[in-house]
Write a protein of this length. Structure first.
Length: 144
């Protein structure tokens, strides 16, 4: 478990150093937008932050930043004490029921379901981005 904690700390260091910063002209556009989806109330600015998953055999970190126009930019990293790792990043589109979805040629779908203090991640067909003994699915709690 100590090794897993060290892996998580190393991952957090790299994520903190590599978080994308909004461009100055993007910031003005973001501030002018009404921070809700079309189907339900969701404070989109409050989505921005770091979320963590700490299971018995795996840990993960999810960084999310609201990018405007009902999009979130994310960086998701996972690892196990046995050395299995994975990482994926991209831009997910916000939809109904407090969800955002992402897909590429090598990832059928990542679905992010937001609650007040957590994000539930559901993965389908994204094995290209992680080892066989780990995955992205799980509940990531917001780090305060």
């Amino acid at each position: 478990m100590k090794t897993l904690s060290i892996l998580v700390l190393i991952a957090l260091f790299f994520f903190a150093c590599g978080n994308p910063q909004p461009k100055s002209d993007d910031t003005a556009a973001t501030q002018e937008e009404t921070p809700t989806t079309s189907t339900e109330s969701l404070d989109l600015q409050a989505l921005t932050g770091t979320y963590e998953f700490d299971g018995e055999t795996a840990a993960g970190t999810l960084n999310i930043e609201y990018a405007g126009n009902n999009k979130v930019v994310f960086l998701l990293s996972v690892g196990t004490a046995s050395g299995c790792t994975g990482e994926i990043d991209g831009e997910a589109t916000l939809g109904e029921h407090k969800t955002a979805t992402f897909s590429t040629e090598n990832c059928t779908s990542l679905t992010f379901t937001f609650s007040e203090d957590a994000v539930e991640v559901a993965e389908q067909g994204c094995d290209f981005f992680h080892g066989m003994q780990c995955g992205f699915s799980g509940k990531y709690s917001k780090k305060l």
